[in-house]
Design a protein around this ligand. Structure first.
Ligand code: UD1
Length: 338
């Protein structure tokens, strides 16, 4: 039996493939490579000494989905595939709703036709909107989303919950990620954003490697200890392991589970800059800019539910996240290109 990993060539997907293979799972990846490289999978194979069955294709494509479920014995699906750039989603809502929502509904339909009703869905902390409480627990109500990207995650959560409610054969686990950063310890796989990065850590590493001149810090007048925005950064390897724990939970027929995956530690933009500088002995020049529209002062979770029910806790701290992000970026200044 195999695990289907959609979007398995991407940042979180590739790290999850490593953890799955290391745990002895057979892995089938479906990825359209629109924002990822097949080289990540070659490197996953190199790191684990194991093979991945790869299909290049789209979750909107029923033909390839049917082919996978006919040829492979898929027991569960970990579903990462989707568009994920917040700003782009505001400019291209149709593309985001079609790819993410219609794509997931197509995947789920093909899954049920083949009797595979176990899914782990890659959601985001962004579904809480302006959070009603800090730290954010899973009991915190979902909020108004800031972008079509965030709405796709919020809507898909609801769709999966309703599908599970109507058919108890489904096991649905929704994982709400906080801010994934870091990279595999080997420095062989990591985040490989297209163009100028929007997120903090890839921006910092590109400044460190000399591709960008300085970091812009979006606001230093927030109501936080040092005035800069506070987030819950989580090492991507810890996050990947959370998916393996979720698979174990599916074996117990959980039916429905919703979990925050974060460390529970709020760290500011300045904490990230200072920790990166100290860990890697590199200066990160920065300028203070205006606040970025849509940003919230503090966003961090309580990861207690994942600890109690999945037996999962994040092991790595910010320093290791900074070291590992830098090892990846400095060894691969152009990502997977050459
Ligand atoms: C962003 C998305 C969120 C998505 C997540 C995925 C927005 C509004 N939210 O979260 O929906 O799920 O990425 O990882 O885009 N910062 C700077 N300078 C920069 C970049 C960021 O100061 O060049 C600051 C931000 O203001 C924020 C912190 O760094 O305080 C983290 O930002 P970012 O990495 O973009 O993540 P989020 O905004 O938390």
């Amino acid at each position: 039996m195999s695990i289907l990993v959609t979007g398995g060539a991407g940042y979180i997907g590739s790290h999850t493939c490593v953890e799955l293979l290391n745990e002895g799972y057979e892995v089938v990846v479906l990825d359209n490579l629109s924002n990822s490289s097949v080289k990540s999978l070659e490197r996953v194979e190199e790191l684990t000494g194991k093979k991945i069955t790869f299909y290049k294709g789209d979750i909107l494509d029923r033909v390839i989905l049917n082919e996978i479920f006919e040829k492979e014995e898929i027991e569960s699906c970990i579903h990462f595939a989707g568009l994920k750039a917040v700003g782009e989603s505001v400019a291209k809502p149709w593309e985001y709703y079609t790819n993410n929502v219609t794509g997931t509904l197509t995947l789920v339909d093909v899954m049920r036709q083949h009797g595979c009703k176990n899914i782990i869905f890659s959601s985001s902390a962004t579904v809480y909107g302006e959070p009603a409480e800090i730290p954010i627990s899973e009991n915190c109500p979902k909020g108004q989303c800031e972008s079509p990207y965030a709405w796709t995650k919020s809507m898909l959560e609801q769709m999966l919950i309703d599908i599970q409610k109507a058919d108890k054969e489904w096991n649905v686990i929704i994982l709400r990620y906080f801010n994934p950063i870091g990279a595999h310890k080997s420095g062989r796989i990591g985040e490989n954003p297209n163009g100028i990065p929007n997120n903090l850590m890839p921006y910092v590493t590109q400044v460190a490697v000399g591709k960008l001149e300085h970091l812009g810090i979006f606001g230093n007048d927030y109501d936080t200890p040092d005035g800069t925005g506070v987030r819950d950064y989580i090492h991507v390897v810890d996050l990947a392991r959370g998916h393996v724990k979720a698979l174990h939970k599916i074996d117990e027929n959980i039916e429905l589970g919703i979990y925050n995956l974060g460390t529970g530690q709020g760290k500011s933009v300045m904490d990230v800059v200072k920790t990166f500088e100290a860990a890697n002995n590199i200066k990160i020049p920065y300028v203070i800019k205006n606040r970025r529209p849509g940003d919230i002062a503090s966003y961090y979770c309580t990861p207690e539910k994942a600890k109690e029910e999945l037996g999962w806790v994040a092991e790595y701290g910010l320093r290791e996240m900074c070291e590992d992000s830098w090892r990846w970026q400095s060894n691969n200044p152009n990502g997977y290109e050459n």
